[in-house]
Write a protein of this length. Sequence first.
Length: 262
Amino acid sequence: MFKKKTAVILQVRSDSKRLKNKFLKKIGKESILKYLIRKIKKIKNKNYVIIATPKGDKKVTSHLKNIKGIYIFEGSKNNVLDRYYKCSKKFKIDTIIRLTGDNPFVDVKLISKYIKIHNQKNKLLTSNTINDACPNGIEFEIFDKSILKKAWKMAKLNSEKSHVTPYMYKMLKRKIIKRKESLKIDDYSKFSFLRFTLDHDIDYDVIKNIYKFLHKKNVYFGCDQIIKLYKDRPDVFSKNKNLIRDEDYKLSLESDHADVCS
């Protein structure tokens, strides 16, 4: 069925700087992580679901015991690029779909659609994060093993290693990845100001309210339903609207500058 071995790799850790153990927070009657895994299993056109966590993070691995249909990979704590590369190498993956444990409301239909397009058109990089072209909470990236390997070999800066894809976007900018080999997704760019990722306590309040309004009609609701809720009830989204997007990545860029200046 699959010409290319394709896997969702979901990165999760327990010691997030701003909100520790956020994967354990409840959404409905289960943890956010278990809800997210249950949702990810619905994604079509993939072979594996792999949870990539820091080596020795027992809070994550013990929480995932007895969950069927997933694999667990333990790798580098701080070099997440290395964690992804070695995970893909171990499972001999051709196409990687990168997701994070911060985003319980990823859109299953949207991801399924673009995995198919990515593989059919032999793209190297497919992303809805270029120029923040989506709401903060449905981000995903699909990339070929060849550019993951190249990024792993070439990345030098902290910001390039503590995150998976920054060097890939540098390759795109430098035309190492040609434009025709990439695909920018902008289906929801008009609503890129919305935030329903989980990084702070007030994010959790927003996420709980979104779930409360939408889960009864469809527990696996997607971005269309969230946008409709925003149009009907913008107040649900107001509490965290002033938070900084990609705060952790921006802090890693500051760390790069500090290292250069020291």
